[in-house]
Write a protein that binds this ligand. Structure first.
Ligand code: 18C
Length: 246
């Protein structure tokens, strides 16, 4: 059969065997399963979730949480995007080839380990926000299909070649899940013109060291909506005119 380069690199519909024999597999499987299950759970009316940004179909909620004076507010965002599939959304979020094109907080990205076609370990440094120290992160990233959902989960890990807090950067800790589901009108064949993908993006960032609470909350209120709008329109542009991959 004939495959384009993009097609063969789309997230696989089943878990890659090379991942299931890797030492990180039990953790990757457990955390991904938990994150995907929680992703579409309602926020409407639930205690503690506050709506802080709304634009079109996008809604962003946070729960104020401080541990020893450090802000660790969990964030949950819901969005709806037309004309791109869940699988395509996850492809662009997972694949490092596109990351500098949509990720505006990034200073550097290094691939630490290519575990399999559906799992990698990344080291990233972020733009510095005055007056705090620059941050970096080391995390695994895993893309999978789970029933009618495609999802990417990112979660902090460790690696002896990338020790924390040895240079200019403070290591932050992150758990992120982008979960997507595609629907089309009953009885119709899915096409770019009739599909809608529902997105749930959940993120918890532990800043890893002192950062002024006011600055931090101001930064994420600005940066999370910017990220989700930019990322979703980036994927729509990339997919425009290409055959739909479901
Ligand atoms: O999920 C996203 N991206 C993925 C691929 O990169 C991956 C990344 C996760 C890291 C998220 C943490 C980013 C921290 C950035 C800090 C500096 C940003 C400065 C930007 C200024 C122009 O999963 C999309 C991620 C969207 C990130 C939105 C910003 C979140 C801010 C959270 C607070 C950070 C605390 C540390 C900094 C202290 C500053 C006072």
């Amino acid at each position: 059969s004939v495959h384009t380069r993009d097609e063969v690199e789309l997230p696989p519909p089943a878990i890659d065997n090379r991942l299931t024999v890797h030492p990180l597999w039990p953790e990757i499987d457990r955390i991904s399963t938990e994150q995907i299950q929680a992703a579409f759970e309602g926020v409407g009316g639930e205690i503690g979730w506050q709506l802080f940004a709304e634009e079109g179909d996008m809604r962003m909620y946070r729960r104020e949480m401080e541990v020893d004076g450090m802000v660790m507010d969990p964030l949950k965002a819901m969005h709806k995007v037309r004309g791109v599939s869940a699988r395509e959304m996850c492809h662009y979020f997972f694949n490092p080839r596109y990351r500098y094109e949509w990720e505006t907080t990034l200073e550097t990205m290094t691939i630490v380990e290519e575990i399999s076609s559906d799992a990698m370990v990344f080291h990233q440094t972020f733009k510095r926000i005055w007056p705090a120290s620059q941050r970096d992160a080391l995390f695994w990233s895993h893309v999978r299909a789970d029933g009618d959902t495609y999802a990417v989960t990112n979660h902090s890990t460790t690696n002896n070649d990338y020790p924390a807090n040895t240079g200019a950067c403070i290591r932050l800790f992150v758990t992120v899940c982008l979960a997507c589901r595609t629907s089309c009108p009953a009885g119709e064949r899915p096409t770019r013109d009739n599909i809608t993908t529902s997105i749930a993006y959940c993120s918890t960032v532990n800043p890893g060291g002192w950062a002024p609470a006011g600055v931090l909350r101001a930064v994420y209120k600005r940066e999370y909506p910017k990220f989700l709008k930019r990322f979703t329109s980036y994927v729509q542009e990339q997919c425009h005119g290409k055959p739909l991959a479901m």
